[in-house]
Design a protein around this ligand. Structure first.
Ligand SMILES: C[S@@+](CC[C@H](N)C(=O)[O-])C[C@H]1O[C@@H](n2cnc3c(N)ncnc32)[C@H](O)[C@@H]1O
Length: 326
């Protein structure tokens, strides 16, 4: 499935840049998040990738002007309102927390809000293809959760099911944050979420939205220092000896018959030789409108969206949905 999306993204960029497809190099999105040579043990590469994601969230929660136009929701406000709605919705005080692609900053913010309000955690489970997250996450969580309740699964979450998660019967809160689901075909994401959840479980997710009127937040995000460095680190992992220039594209794309956008970051190779002027795609991420984002989650009637909050500039949305009863 991702292969199909990779192919489509490549074709879309080729058409726009008037290149032939052979001039564009793409690797699977998930492959850039870990070191293929060392999938189990952390390396400098996997540590770096993890720390760049963490830094993005640090800026997101610390800079109270992110997402604000005048006096509306900042990024932090949008997340706080979402946590508030989620706590009101939870029927039981006990929950199990499952994080698909973990990071400590938003997670600690979410978990400490829930625990402060009297909710109790049965277990925390992280599923990550990147082994570097475990040490940092264990340390960050140690102040909130007893060690024996913390579990790590170092795997592709596409290979996991609800049976892999020790929830002891408690309803799960499953998070997929950081625009991660834009890296995959929405149908594949729905399958992943379906396989990991049971009826009544909640999914908390976060996506960058496309606004008809203002594309600036998307370009600002992909041109931010952390994202430019991310692009460069991914490129250098494969082409360590070559030089390149960074690029950001935002292009219309049709996925499963609906029209959305894809943000693509690239490194165009400037070193003379075999790869000169070829474009290496370092990342791509689908961008939906708020209505599309709801429709995608509710497709096949597997989940019902019961809440969402956006930043004032409409650039980031947190969405809450619940797995329907069968
Ligand atoms: C865009 S980052 C988002 C990180 C974090 N959730 C956040 O909010 O910033 C994606 C995360 O998902 C992990 N990841 C990506 N694809 C994965 C896959 N197929 N299976 C497991 N983990 C994956 C990466 O290691 C990374 O930690």
């Amino acid at each position: 499935m991702s292969y199909e999306l990779n192919k489509l993204v490549k074709e879309t960029l080729a058409q726009y840049t008037e290149k032939v497809e052979e001039d564009i190099i793409i690797v699977s999105n998930k492959d850039k998040y870990y070191d293929k040579i060392s999938p189990i043990d952390a390396t400098d590469y996997s540590d770096k990738i993890f720390s760049l994601m963490k830094n993005l969230n640090k800026t997101g929660l610390e800079d109270e002007l992110i997402g604000v136009l005048s006096n509306g929701n900042s990024f932090k406000d949008a997340l706080s309102h979402t946590i508030h709605d989620m706590s009101n919705f939870l029927e039981e005080r006990l929950f199990s927390y499952v994080e698909l692609g973990p990071e400590p900053i938003k997670t600690l913010f979410i978990l400490s809000s829930l625990l402060k309000n009297g909710y109790k955690i049965e277990s925390y489970t992280s599923i990550d293809i990147n082994p570097s997250s475990e040490t940092v996450m264990r340390e960050a969580l140690s102040a909130l959760i007893p060690e024996e309740k913390i579990n790590f699964i170092n795997s592709d979450y596409a290979n996991c099911t609800a049976n892999d998660i020790p929830s002891n019967g408690a309803n799960k809160i499953v998070t997929m944050l950081g625009f991660q689901e834009g890296n995959e075909d929405p149908k594949a994401i729905l399958d992943i979420l379906d396989n990991i959840t049971a009826p009544k479980d909640i999914v908390l997710s976060e996506m960058q939205m496309i606004s008809e009127y203002n594309f600036t937040p998307i370009f600002d995000f992909y041109n931010s220092s952390n994202m430019v460095e991310f692009s460069s680190v991914v490129f250098k992992q494969i082409f360590s000896a070559l030089d390149s220039v960074h690029g950001v594209f935002l292009l219309p794309i049709t996925i499963n018959s609906f029209r959305c956008f894809v943000a693509i970051t690239t490194e165009t190779i400037t070193s003379y030789g075999e790869y000169f002027n070829k474009i290496f795609i370092t990342n791509y991420c689908l961008k939906f409108s708020p209505n599309q984002y709801t429709a995608i989650r509710e497709e096949r009637n597997l989940f019902t969206v019961f809440g969402s909050h956006c930043t004032e500039d409409q650039s980031v949305m947190f969405q809450l949905s619940q797995k329907t009863e069968v």
